[in-house]
Design a protein around this ligand. Sequence first.
Ligand SMILES: *[C@@H]1O[C@H](CO)[C@@H](O)[C@H](O)[C@H]1NC(C)=O
Ligand SMILES: *[C@@H]1O[C@H](CO)[C@@H](O)[C@H](O)[C@H]1NC(C)=O
Length: 469
Amino acid sequence: MGNLIQSVIIFFTLLSSATGAEVVYGRVGETVTLESPAVYTYVYWKFGKEDGLQLAWRNHLGGGGVIKDVPWNDMLALSANSLTIKKIQPENFGTYFCIVLTRNSVLPTITTTNLIKLDVRMNPSSPLLPGESLTLACTTETPQGLKKPEIHWLDPRGERMKNSQGTVKMRVKSQDDGMWTCSVANKKQVQISVKVVDLSPAPLHPQYTSKSSPITVPCSISPHITWQQIKDKGIQEVHWQFFPKPSSGLSAGDPQRLFSLSLGDPLSWIPDAHRELRPAQDPKTGNLALTRKQGREEDRGDYVCTMKFKNGVTMNRTVHVEVLQIVSSRGTGLVSGQSLNLTCSIGRPLPSDLQLQWSPPKPSSLPSLQSDRHPAHLTIPGVSTDDGGNWRCALWQGKTRLTSAAITLKIEPKLSVWMLVIICSAAVIPILLIILGFILCRRRHRKMRHLRHQLCRCKNPKPKGFYRT
Ligand SMILES: *[C@@H]1O[C@H](CO)[C@@H](O)[C@H](O)[C@H]1NC(C)=O
Ligand SMILES: *[C@@H]1O[C@H](CO)[C@@H](O)[C@H](O)[C@H]1NC(C)=O
């Protein structure tokens, strides 16, 4: 009785497994694995027909063998429950039969697997310039009698392309750069890399600098694009421009050309109004950044790096530069007791995600520095000589220090009454001494003249009385 039930169950299992044909998609050169049941006494793999070419066999004790004939030699690997086909060739596509014998069944269980050729192509080949047309095609060679699979493409952001039916035709944009995925019957996914020539994204935030920190204006060619590819795509011009902020002396919208790239070999930057900025060493590496050891007030503005191609395609990136500065209301030389306003700013209100932090020359008793959030304006009602020295103001974004500015104050002590007396006396004494010296000198002089007068009279005695001639 029990045996009968078991046979019935096996019979139905046999029916169901014999009707359901598996479909596996593979590309030439890929490795695919075909599954076989885990429980068996004997398993046979055949190709083309149920009684066709035997590729491999195996028994439940682990014994077995694979075909040694061309073109199958060295491409098959058999495990307990799968057959692996390595580096499939066009002639390996077709129907595979897995024939399983179990101890309790009279009839074998036959599983059919269709290995279907999948072709994924891209035309033309990468990299492309934005605006160029591109065709992505994903096709299968489905044998007659089998249903064509549903095929669709996903762009690099994972969005499904509409009505693609396996082929996508488009004009590429920068954002099309990345991995495109062809999905076949929601079963098999194949990725293909599309490269679009572009510049790396500009920093999201401005670059901050100050007179006491370096300035860096980044710009680079997308890392996966080589200079040779840029050249092959017909590069015409690479240059840097500067659009000063209205506040920095120059009028707004009055761009300066900083550098142009000479496209000869080797590549070199030709300076224009370069503002003593230095381009990165080797433009061939794709690094087009500009730097200087120290920022300047007039560095504030927008820097635009532009790449132009012969077909008219232009791409650019804008880097905003802000300069942090400490301004003292009375300059840097003060006398103790004077009031002082120090302002640390970037020349416009700070974005709310940035914080300032003052570092006075000594741990200051300034009440305004007690809170976590330091103010942009510091008012010191009366400076003391202790306030002299280096004041620093750092700009933070969360836990990142963006830049810091510094100012050195010289504070002379205030003159007190006694000091005045001392200074006056010190000044008066030499004057008195001079006057005294003068007086003495004059008196001596007069005495000398008097003496000489007397001597004179003795030497040339005048005759007394009259003489007649
Ligand atoms: C940068 O590119 C944009 C869009 O292509 C363009 O509108 C803008 O004028 C360019 N800027 C400069 C400075 O060339
Ligand atoms: C400092 O700023 C205050 C207002 O914030 C102003 O009244 C004062 O005149 C300023 N002092 C100097 C020396 O500029």
